[in-house]
Design a protein around this ligand. Structure first.
Ligand code: MG
Length: 362
């Protein structure tokens, strides 16, 4: 690690070490789909390939977006994300909506107000211009809805067959209002874990839209921009500790990231997890745990015990948070683990997502 060690960096190095402690080593000779699933293999890849090579404390924070302090003292959030979803259109949205919402939401999770986006397109020779226009129109509508401007871009075209139609990469910048401070170091035993609505909608909507399962259900993606929901939450509950959008890997994986980053236990109550009946039914039939299925318009929040009612009230008052619920609590023990109190009165450890049951979900 090439960075000098003052107190702050020491804390970052410690967090990287905590991140590593429970990670399997990267033993693979080649990249597999699991390396892109957002779970255990992704974490091993980030650790073994990217963290050492790029070592710096902003990346080392392993948050949804990097927090950057500019010379005047203002803080910016900066994030990037690629979108490879298949199919490109699904109930509730398209790759265009995802490309905007994904980056906007990562900025919002570090407390920033998303403002500017870039968009880079890798297009395949032969891609229909009408479809490109439709996707770009979805991006424009999503950007307007989220209050961001797409201010820079790039276009590359590759040979037929080299990009499965198209891929989009967006990057985004947001401004973090003064006094907003979120992070795993704020989380304490006794804090409460909330989710802003039903889980697993996006992953199951895309899964069913592929049409290769003999299964039909009315499930729509939850893809949505979360900036204003975060504003309302932080206004009502300014002591909010930590936020994350449970995209790939789902709520189960982000709670593991929380447990690792804090060194504390995340105790979830299965009976309190909001899952829409159609989604629950589809997950049951396919043998998929909704805790690991991607969301694109939900946030997990850790709030102070004395602000739970205010936080829940603020979330439920917003159209994107109507089904918000308390799903768990932070405990001191067992350290660095996620424990689920099951519907049947037992307990089980929730690990990070292993493998990739749903590739190319976003
Ligand atoms: Mg994220």
């Amino acid at each position: 690690m090439a960075i000098a060690r003052d107190g702050r960096e020491e804390a970052v190095l410690e967090r990287i070490e905590a991140f590593r402690r429970r990670r399997p080593r990267l033993n693979d000779e080649v990249v597999t789909l699991a390396h892109g699933a957002g779970g255990k293999a992704s974490a091993a890849l980030v650790d073994a390939v990217f963290l050492d090579a790029f070592a710096n404390d902003e990346l080392g924070a392993l948050a949804d977006a990097a927090t950057l302090t500019v010379p005047g003292g203002d803080r910016l959030a900066f994030s990037t994300d690629s979108f490879v979803v298949q199919p490109r259109f699904f109930p509730g949205g398209s790759i265009g909506h995802l490309a905007v919402h994904g980056t906007v939401n990562d900025l919002a999770m570090v407390g920033a107000r998303p403002q500017w986006l870039s968009a880079a397109f890798v297009l395949e020779e032969g891609f229909p211009m009408t479809e490109l226009r439709d996707i770009v129109a979805d991006m424009a509508a999503a950007a307007t809805d989220a209050g961001v401007a797409i201010v820079a871009g790039d276009t590359k075209v590759v040979n037929r067959g080299a990009a499965d139609g198209m891929y989009i990469t967006t990057a985004g910048v947001g401004v973090i209002p003064e006094r907003r401070r979120l992070g795993p170091d704020m989380v304490q035993p006794g804090d409460v874990v909330l989710v802003s609505g039903t889980i697993a909608d996006h992953g199951m909507a895309v899964m069913l839209a592929r049409g290769d399962l003999a299964l039909e259900a009315d499930i729509r993606s939850d893809t949505a921009p979360l900036g204003r929901l975060v504003d309302d939450l932080l206004a009502a509950a300014p002591g909010t500790r930590w936020l994350r959008d449970p995209t790939r890997g789902g709520v189960g994986t982000v709670c593991n990231e929380l447990a690792l980053a804090t060194g504390l236990a995340v105790v979830l109550d299965e009976t309190k997890l909001p899952v829409a009946p159609a989604v629950n039914g589809a997950c049951d039939l396919l043998g998929i745990d909704p805790l690991y299925v991607a969301n694109e318009g939900k946030l997990v929040a850790v709030v102070a015990p004395d602000e739970v009612d205010a936080a829940l009230g603020a979330l439920r008052a917003h159209p994107l948070g109507r089904a918000a619920a308390i799903i768990g609590e932070i405990h001191a023990d067992p350290p660095r683990l996620v424990v689920l109190l099951t519907t049947f009165g037992g307990t089980r450890i929730v690990d990070m997502l292993v493998g990739d049951p749903l590739p190319r979900i976003c």
